[in-house]
Design a protein around this ligand. Structure first.
Ligand code: ADP
Length: 316
């Protein structure tokens, strides 16, 4: 497995703030990797080091088998701070960026037209950037980041500020770029967005890595703590099952969710449920990334902080 991004033992502080602390991170070539963490976790700082906008206090950063600086033109980068050249026309702006990255002439113009259609902004080449809504500007900035067809695409909060329809448009394009074999690293503080499209997740909290792996392998590392039951008789009483307590009725009362107590064995509780009432279906529910992450934060910082982080990371 080759590696598009390799960070070893990297730390970065701003005065008293330790933004990134002894971070190790690998992004395999061809992966679609979500870089997750609450606001202030250190995501943008890490990304800025990958773009050699700022430099690590210690540790090493390798991008596309070379230094971050040398790799710069082979990376497509959407910074967190949004900015198009306001007075420029859309076509002129993207053309300018494309030329800086070495694409020229009719190839560049055709690409710009095609991409504007893809991001559902056909025929706006001659409009000034400042006439566009914030969401439209962001889509223009996104396509400026990928117009030179880079091997590695780094997107800092690409969905922030987009409405759900536009977020879906960008999500779909990210997926297609991934299908073409490009490596994509994107940061987000919104967990469900990442869970849907990533094949790999790296999560940081307070500058330290807390999770790293494929979505499946992360889920497998953690014990499932919930059983979903669909009893034949919805009024059945499962309160005497030892090792689990009922936490919710779901989907119009068809399913019950049972939370396992800390020392309970999922298979044993499952056996007890089946013995005490006929069921249409029963399954051990894999933990969501949200649950796994919250558990990690709770371990490090306590339950209160974890609940706050959950609130922050559950929506845009
Ligand atoms: P994230 O992108 O995960 O929201 P950041 O990397 O932007 O987090 O920030 C991590 C921490 O570093 C925060 O506490 C932030 O306030 C601080 N920080 C980031 N950039 C600077 C800077 N240029 N000067 C001072 N503090 C900074």
């Amino acid at each position: 497995m080759t590696t598009a991004v390799e960070i070893r033992g990297v730390s970065k502080s701003f005065g008293e703030t330790n933004a990134v602390v002894d971070l190790d991170l690998n992004v395999p070539t061809g992966s679609l990797c979500g870089f997750l963490g609450p606001n202030g976790a250190g995501k943008s700082t890490t990304i800025r080091m990958l773009m050699s906008i700022i430099h690590a206090d210690k540790g090493s950063v390798q991008v596309l088998d070379t230094t971050a600086l040398k790799a710069k033109d082979r990376i497509g980068y959407l910074p967190e701070e949004r900015g198009v050249y306001r007075k420029m026309k859309v076509g002129g702006f993207v053309e300018y960026i494309g030329k800086l990255k070495g694409v020229r002439g009719s190839i560049l113009r055709k690409r710009i037209n095609d991409w504007l259609e893809r991001v559902e902004l056909p025929g706006i080449q001659n409009r000034r950037c400042e006439e566009l809504s914030k969401g439209m500007q962001q889509k223009v900035q996104f396509l400026a980041a990928i117009i030179h067809e880079p091997e590695l695409i780094i997107l800092d909060e690409p969905f922030a500020g987009l409405d759900p329809v536009n977020a879906r448009v960008i999500g779909k394009i990210i997926n297609e770029l991934h299908q073409q074999g490009r490596t994509i690293l994107f940061s987000t503080h919104v967990l469900p967005q990442a869970e849907q499209i990533c094949d790999r997740i790296i999560m940081i909290d307070q500058g330290k890595k807390v999770l790293d792996g494929t979505v499946g392998s992360i889920q497998d590392q953690f014990d499932p703590r919930v059983i979903r039951v669909e009893p034949v008789d919805h009024t059945c009483d499962l309160s005497n099952i030892s090792g689990a307590s009922q936490i919710a009725n779901t989907s119009k009362g068809k399913h019950l969710l049972m939370r396992l107590e800390d020392n309970a064995e999922a298979t044993e509780v499952l056996r007890q449920i089946v013995q005490s009432t006929p069921v249409r279906g029963i399954e051990i529910v894999k933990p969501t990334l949200d649950e796994v992450f919250i558990e990690q934060v709770a371990r490090r910082r306590g339950h209160e902080a974890a609940l706050q982080v959950r609130e922050e990371m559950s929506h845009a």
